[in-house]
Design a protein around this ligand. Structure first.
Ligand code: BTN
Length: 326
């Protein structure tokens, strides 16, 4: 284990209390010089570490492998878990190394410098303030449609959040708190020679972003759990709950081939069903009534002009409210 990771694990364990510098050195079993140098490097990179007089502490909780793994009861998921200090994109990394990555592996990063969103958009991941995660799946049987896994992921995020907040899902891949986006999912299936190599599920959750971390434009449509709850939250506990929930739905789905349990959660928490919305596809735009999510995860809508019903399965659409994000 690298020293920077060890330092974060010990500071996380002590959080919200601090450790004296000597206690930290003792816990890390390294020289004072090495610990001091690594602390300076972390602070330089923007990690929320405060040093006052002789005391060191985190100003809010950070990802820690030790904390995620303790009490985790999953069998397949997150048994192989890696946390990067900084990376371009966890999804890109996973795709580049897919052949050697075991099923159920998880990559997390304290910071992404080239985070990717849906429809070629970017995804901002400042140091320590959100969960940037990629989950690698190599399903034991053929899946009809990998996009169902986006719905499964959305249901598991909502369930993991339920202890703190009541979240909604904006089909297909946005999670909302009070009508603003708090998390997004980017599912990518990788094939070679017509054969599925694996499914890469990227998930970004705005955990501890503060008001100043969002531009005025973003403030209109994005938020963080911290902003909505009024206090810093522990991303490790959220991930633990997410992994438990994801594995429960995934194993059940692999066994029964029935997506109803997680699609029911998506319907119950839908931010769209029953509402009139703008459906935007490239440069065309039409008003539709969102009716339901069907049994294969498609969004059933009715064109308000022609009254024709159609089921959206592709994720290329944008869905917007009258003059707002939702
Ligand atoms: C979206 O809402 O458009 C999807 C956002 C997905 C962001 C996550 S963060 C971890 C993973 N790595 C990436 O580059 N993107 C996904």
């Amino acid at each position: 284990m690298k020293l920077w990771e060890l330092i974060i694990d010990h500071l996380q364990e002590a959080y919200p209390s601090s450790l004296t510098f000597q206690e930290l050195v003792r816990e890390c079993e390294k020289s004072e010089e090495m610990v001091q140098r690594t602390l300076n490097e972390l602070i330089e990179k923007g990690f929320p570490i405060d040093i006052k007089e002789n005391k060191v502490n985190l100003s809010f909780p950070l990802l820690s492998k030790k904390r995620i793994s303790e009490h985790l009861s999953t069998k397949e998921l997150a048994q192989n878990l890696l946390i990067f200090d900084s990376i371009g994109s966890t999804n890109t990394y996973a795709k580049e190394h897919l052949s050697s990555i075991p099923h159920g592996s998880v990559f997390l990063a304290h910071e992404q410098v080239q985070g990717k969103g849906r429809l070629g958009r970017g995804w901002s991941s400042p140091v320590g303030k959100n969960i940037s995660m990629t989950l690698i799946l190599k399903p034991s049987r053929l899946l009809p449609d990998a996009s169902l896994l986006t719905q499964l992921t959305a249901a598991a995020i909502v369930e993991a959040l339920a202890e703190k907040v009541n979240a909604q899902i904006k089909w297909p891949n946005d999670i909302l708190l009070n009508k603003k986006k708090v998390a997004g999912i980017l599912t990518e299936a990788e094939f070679s020679n017509g054969k599925l190599d694996g499914i890469v599920i990227g998930m970004g959750v705005n955990t501890n972003l503060e008001n100043d971390d969002l531009t005025d434009e973003l403030k209109e449509k994005a938020t963080s759990i911290r902003k909505e709850c009024g206090e810093a939250i522990d991303p490790n506990l959220l991930l633990q709950a997410f992994f438990e929930s994801f594995e429960k739905y995934y194993q059940d789905f692999m066994y029964t081939n029935n997506p109803s349990p997680f699609l029911d959660v998506c319907r119950k928490h839908s931010a769209l069903i029953g509402r009139e919305m703008w459906l935007i596809d490239a440069d065309t735009k039409k008003k539709v009534l969102i009716q339901t999510i069907d049994s294969s995860g498609g969004l059933v809508v009715q064109d308000l002009k022609t009254k024709k019903q159609e089921t959206l399965t592709s994720t290329r659409y944008s869905i917007r409210g009258e003059n707002s994000y939702v």
